[in-house]
Design a protein. Structure first.
Length: 244
């Protein structure tokens, strides 16, 4: 009688193994940013009377993205930049292998996904910060408007508006990449961003996390919110120049 292949059984067990890689703060950050981006667009689209709501969306975005940058340094394994960012040559090699369908499976961000993460974080943070200095040329002013000249405020307002379309394009690419992974590579990264878990398969970076370090994340967010509140509350009153 033939004995079952123990090695084959072990390999199948590993292939089906599910591990936790995304901590709760990263998942909350991701979906909160999605909601806030939509809310910021809607409040801007609805006109000047919704300007304050638009501002609050911007405040929240600044706190969230600033948190994610800090979390990328001191957070859990797969959240840290050092564990998923690659040098340009490694990233190009991954892209080449991806086109040849010989790319390695990554539990966390792959090298191309890492580039998109950095681009989106940087662009969204710049857009949110420039919004603090903007004016709508009617009667609404950003809370830090008084720190800049009228001319610079207009330039920052223009940048703030233009960046939206670049960010929207990057988000479109991001969504397309996510759908490709879900339907063609059978890697349900959408589900993973809800549950925090992924199937190991043949991944090279199998480093499950043991804790989400939620209290540390809360402390960081509270400190960032207090700093932003202080900056805004101590800024000179924003008023329109009579000669403007």
């Amino acid at each position: 009688m033939t004995q079952p292949n123990q090695n084959s059984s072990d390999e199948n067990s590993v292939a089906k193994k599910t591990v936790k890689i995304w901590d709760l703060p990263v998942r909350v950050f991701h979906w909160s940013l999605v909601i806030l981006f939509i809310a910021a667009y809607v409040t801007n689209y609805l006109g000047p009377s919704y300007f304050n709501y638009h501002l609050w969306c911007g405040y929240a975005v600044i706190v969230l993205v600033s948190f994610r940058i800090i979390w990328g340094v001191i957070g859990t394994y797969h959240a840290r930049f050092v564990n998923f960012l690659r040098d340009p040559f490694s990233t190009a090699r991954y892209a080449f292998n991806f086109l040849r369908k010989k790319d390695e499976h990554h539990l966390g961000h792959n090298p191309l996904g890492a580039v998109m993460v950095i681009i989106l974080l940087a662009a969204i943070l710049v857009q949110a910060i420039t919004g603090l200095f903007t004016n709508d040329e009617i009667f609404n002013l950003g809370p830090l408007y008084a720190y800049v000249s009228d001319e610079l405020s207009l330039e920052l307002t223009s940048l703030h508006r233009q960046l939206f379309y670049w960010i929207l394009g990057a988000i479109g690419l991001h969504i397309a990449a996510v759908l490709f992974h879900v339907f063609f590579k059978r890697d349900n990264i959408i589900k993973a961003m809800f549950t925090g878990t992924k199937d190991v398969h043949d991944a090279k970076d199998v480093r499950p996390i043991k804790s989400s370090r939620i209290w540390l994340a809360i402390i960081i967010v509270v400190i960032l919110a207090l700093i932003l509140a202080w900056i805004i509350s101590t800024a000179p009153e924003a008023v329109v120049d009579p000669g403007y």
